[in-house]
Design a protein around this ligand. Structure first.
Ligand code: F6R
Length: 608
């Protein structure tokens, strides 16, 4: 949420910043802006809307500068307009700040500064920062000290990058509970919300920790920590990130590209981990906690959105295969409730980005409880991967479309492996499931090869205003995920329900204008799902079914059927969601929406 980049070096700073903002745009696209200094003259350019608008005015301005900071906004405080676009400045227009996060005590600071004569032009929380730096700078005449004094006053979450006319060859930055990474170059340096913005220029990065304060010149990187009050020796890491993966190639958009990367996502998530020949699951990331894992008697999974639904699938898998009780909680709820914890509980945070504020807060909440904190994360080097005791990467590759697709598939693959691992070989499912995981990429590919059938279905149903998605057992979370995909990219009202719950209320909504997407793949519960389909049909509700190849009976019950290859109930959600992702995708395209950047949303929700 909100993308930030700063650059200092020999290249055109505005070009580097614009290109960086373009790759960060998935984090927010309400407005974009940058600040730069040319011949000691500060210049701020802002535009409401996409980065492409900012690019146009930057190109017209023909700036030649070597330092710049930029921002692409997802609005939290204050509407989407020019005055609320970042960078924000002090009254003298000498201090420039871009911010991701929320400053919770902004209104108190604002009131105090107003008494001292400071005037505010925006409705944002961020604007207090340049004014507060200004306030301290006028007293102590040392920018770094003024910046640090400001950081000590503000509460909440931030990644902040600042520029000052008084020190035109330095970028200042800080982070607390919001992501920020330094890119180390040759006679140039970068700072950004995530590595995708700088990968084109350098693979050497320094991930920042909470309370880190950074002073960046073109030839030096100084990192100190506000809490420990000392300078740190930064740890430079080498990115193992293939920029090709983050490019669109021949695809019309990232969502379709990422759905088509599903077979590779499954393969990469199980590569070297699912070893049926050796009757073994190898999860290297858990090796250093293998002793602790033996004593775990309760698991709490915390996650948000699509990752939460993957967690719900995980609940069935772990309980049934490993016999360990599992609770899945939305991290945002988990954070504000009191519940008893014993040290034999493990917390598993599931997150594609590894930067979701609520999920990070959940891990921080249990920091002092002595419980094992594990992560199932896609983004390598992200905050969650660094604050957990151990974890398993999803290896799905960068996910850029706002709607999560291949990451869900990789998360459920990893959860299958984790459940098998925790079962310590005791489940009968061990061998069949390990074999199945290796067959799954080809089965996913077979669904992608029948994409035209799903497109036809979308053409038929795109005009409906409401949808129900139903499923049982592991297909229930898949139904929830299917409904979420339709809502978020097509803006069609959709709800997911456990099929058995229909009669307890939702069926009242059913009529000829309210179609149901029924997940009815082969399972011991299929007959029960048939009954639910009959009940819907008896009320004239159109029914689309996802069924297993070979089930000819279901055709008589439903208006439309999409067939998928036979798999195990544990892996079924992986294949089912591909159909529902594509259905939502084609409806959104048919309606002419921007599938990669749906309205009101941003990837990486870094504010609570
Ligand atoms: C939906 C979607 C979101 C995310 C949620 C959690 O398509 O992308 O619901 O799943 O914001 O994000 P991560 O997984 O990055 O923690």
């Amino acid at each position: 949420m909100c993308g930030i980049i700063g650059y200092i070096g020999p290249l055109s700073a505005t070009d580097v910043v614009i290109e960086g903002l373009e790759s960060l745009e998935y984090r927010g696209y309400d407005s974009a802006g940058l600040a730069t200094i040319e011949k000691n003259k500060p210049i701020v350019l802002k535009q409401v809307g996409r980065v492409s608008g900012l690019r146009k005015i930057v190109e017209q301005s023909k700036l030649k500068t070597t330092i710049a900071i930029g921002h692409t906004r997802w609005a939290t405080h204050g509407g989407v307009n020019l005055k609320n676009a970042h960078p924000h400045t002090n009254l003298d227009n000498t201090i420039f700040v871009v911010h991701n996060g929320i400053i919770e005590n902004a209104s108190d600071i604002r009131s105090k500064l107003e008494i001292d004569g400071y005037r505010f032009v925006s409705d944002t929380d961020t604007e207090v920062v340049p004014h507060l730096i200004d306030y301290y700078f006028k007293q102590i005449d040392d920018f770094k000290a003024a910046f640090e004094a400001t950081l000590r006053d503000i509460k909440g979450a931030y990644s902040l990058v600042a520029l000052s006319q008084s020190d035109p060859e330095t970028i200042y930055a800080a982070r607390l509970s919001s992501p920020l990474v330094i890119g180390v170059g040759e006679d140039e340096n970068f700072i950004a919300s995530d590595p995708s913005a700088i990968i084109e220029h350098t693979k050497k990065v320094i991930y920042l920790d909470d309370y880190d304060v950074v002073v960046l010149t073109k030839s030096s990187v100084e990192v100190s920590n506000l809490k420990h009050d000392k300078t740190k020796k930064p740890n430079i890491e080498l990115l193992e990130y293939d920029n090709e993966q983050a490019l669109l190639g021949d695809y019309p958009n990232f969502m379709l590209k990422e759905i088509f990367e599903t077979p590779a996502a499954i393969r990469n998530a199980s590569l070297g981990r699912a070893l049926p020949d050796k009757n073994l699951v190898k999860l290297g990331g858990l090796e250093n906690v293998s002793e602790q894992l033996k004593y775990i008697d309760r698991i709490v999974i915390v996650a948000m959105g699509t990752s939460y639904y993957a967690g719900l699938v995980g609940e069935y898998l772990i309980e049934e295969m490993a016999g360990i009780p599992v609770e899945v909680q939305l991290a945002s709820e988990f954070n504000y409730r009191d519940e008893p914890f014993s040290r034999s509980t493990a917390i598993i945070a599931i997150s594609q980005s590894g930067e979701t504020a609520d999920t990070i807060a959940a891990l921080k909440k249990v920091e002092d409880y002595g419980v094992l904190r594990l992560g199932i994360v896609n983004a390598v080097g992200s905050s969650i991967s660094r604050i957990t005791d151990a974890g398993v990467y999803c290896h799905a590759g960068p996910e850029k479309a706002v709607a999560s697709t291949k990451a869900f598939v990789a998360q459920v693959t990893v959860l299958n492996l984790l459940a098998l691992k925790l079962s310590e070989g005791k489940t009968k499912r061990f061998k069949p499931l390990l074999n199945e995981l290796l067959l799954l990429p080809d089965k996913a590919q077979a669904i992608l090869d029948s994409i035209d059938d799903i497109k036809k279905l979308a053409d038929k149903y795109y005009g409906y205003r409401d949808f129900l998605y139903i499923g049982r057992h592991t297909s229930f979370p898949a139904a929830l995920e299917g409904a979420l995909k339709l809502k978020e990219i097509s803006y069609i009202h959709a709800e997911g329900y456990a099929a058995g719950e229909m009669k307890h209320g939702p069926i009242a909504m059913i009529d000829k204008d309210f179609p149901t997407f029924a997940i009815a793949t082969d399972s011991p519960l299929l007959d029960k799902t048939y009954s639910n389909i009959q009940e819907i049909r008896a009320r004239c509700g159109p029914v689309i079914a996802i069924a297993t190849i070979g089930n000819s009976e279901i055709k008589k019950l439903c208006d439309d059927v999409i067939y998928i290859p036979k798999t195990e109930t544990e892996t079924d959600p992986i294949l089912q969601v591909i159909v529902m992702q594509l259905f939502a995708y084609f409806i959104s395209m048919k309606k002419g929406f921007d599938v990669d950047k749906p309205r009101n949303l941003a990837k990486s929700v870094t504010v609570e």
